[in-house]
Design a protein around this ligand. Sequence first.
Ligand code: ZN
Ligand code: ZN
Length: 148
Amino acid sequence: MILIHDTYFYWTHRLMHHKRLFKLFHLIHHKSTNPSPWAAYAFHPLEAVVEAGVFIVFLYCVPMHKLHFFIFFFFSITYNIYGHLGFELYPKNFNKSKIGKWINTSVSHNQHHQFFKGNYGLYLLFWDRVMGTIREDYDMSFEKATIK
Ligand SMILES: [Zn+2]
Ligand SMILES: [Zn+2]
């Protein structure tokens, strides 16, 4: 579910950054250039419809107990809040570890809000690394945030 959601989010997110769609769908979320947890669910209703689409995919493609569905939804909200936290919780050098280089961080998403381009992932950096959309200054920003 994490892989499906991350893939869905990455590609719909990139689509919403298209110049013809950005203002209508995604501009409200990007009003926060240095987001707080409140930004996690601050977006236009049309973006909410797009974001909710993944749950329709889950309902039709992933057989699961309803409790699993709600646990995943809770995990998703929690990770989304972490992404907009404005503080990094992962330790120093996490971004360079074998696992950490594939995991999205608060620093990564904060950069997305700051610069509007790059770092489009939700839980993972997989698609950003594969598609070359991870910001070149990500490692430097992660180190700067975790050295304090
Ligand atoms: Zn965005
Ligand atoms: Zn955001």
